[in-house]
Design a protein around this ligand. Sequence first.
Ligand SMILES: *Cc1c(COP(=O)(O)O)cnc(C)c1O
Length: 425
Amino acid sequence: MQHSNFFDDAKKVLVGGVNSPVRSFSSVDGDPVFVKKGKGSRFVGENGQSYIDYVLSWGPLLFGHAHPEILSYIQSTISDGTSFGAPTLLETKLANLVISFFPSIEKIRFVNSGTEASMSAIRLARGYTGKSYIVKFEGCYHGHVSSLLVSAGSGALTHGQPDSLGVLKDEVSHTLLAEYNNSDQVEDLFRRYGDNIAGVIVEPVAGNMGVVLPKNGFLETLRTLTSKHNSCLIFDEVMTGFRAGIHGAQQVFEIKPDITILGKVIGGGLPCGAYGASKEIMSCISPEGGVYQAGTLSGNPVTMAAGIATLEKLKNEPTIFDSIEEKTKRLIDGLHTVMKKTNLPFKTHSVGTMFSLFFTDGVIENLSDVKKSQSIDFRKFYRRVLEKGVYLAPSPFEAGFMSSAHSVTDIEQTIDAIYYGVSDF
Ligand SMILES: *Cc1c(COP(=O)(O)O)cnc(C)c1O
């Protein structure tokens, strides 16, 4: 078998050989693993090696790969047709399920990705409030929405620079940037732009710069300021919804947002996003209101079935989420035990079923802390861990995810692999 050609062949016809940049292994060197098939906590590469997977399609697969109950519901649904562009009962069913987990949501709209959901949520916040500015935090990712692809310029933080070619200065001109966990900066923005801020969008636990937890009082400040200025607090729970806690980070930190963005787990491994809010706010969306948003394949029965099977499993097996959380703790505890045998600085952040490893002694509260936190050669570490059959995210700035399918043996093997990964530093 000639597996070394897969990436070269892919690169001839796919940009960078992939359909999403981080998959190309550009942060860790070498060729990415091409996946042949998955089952439970593992997948098998085209190279024949089996890997314990902590990427889990970047979060969605709470119950691991190819879960029989989810597959069988997808299969029975798909045999009756893939999409109609007309209402089905499955959409109402998934809507009710999501709403039962998220009391802050009274009505919901399904879309096809997290990106689409955040783009729509911002439009909704602007349509509902009649205001223009959106406050966004450095290091938080909300999909590749033009107006949110913004990073700090060299000067003051407030007005960022487009973070991608093809994004116009005009498109980010109504995006105000602040440091994650920096309440003072947000207060300052509200002092200066308060009358015209449509919303504050935030990952209530940041997961796209590694896991970074909100400091005490940070989310509270956002809630207070947005309420006071009649702007919308938008929680992007695409990652944290059904991951930070079964009812999202909003329940863990007891803050009720105005608009919630979901994705990943709610699609059960198929393309899905959603945004939801109170009836009053959602009534601004067409056809009830004047904020336009539509989708040819939105709410298609196959995706809805995968979502329903996933959320019903969570609902019917009340202890299952806790058990995945327990496994996350077991992994973290085990890592601390072996890391103590090294002299390397080491820190873990975790919430619910998501986690991050940082090789630092420092405090990590925002993107600049994260950027300063890499004391070891991540590429070398990554390659060694991969060699031992453990598939972590191929970048130091991404979260890891646990599933119900991970066994105690998997976790022990993972701890050994990570210890091997650092043993040469
Ligand atoms: C993954 C993610 C998105 C983007 O979702 P896609 O389905 O990849 O478009 C948005 N926000 C957060 C917090 C995410 O983790």
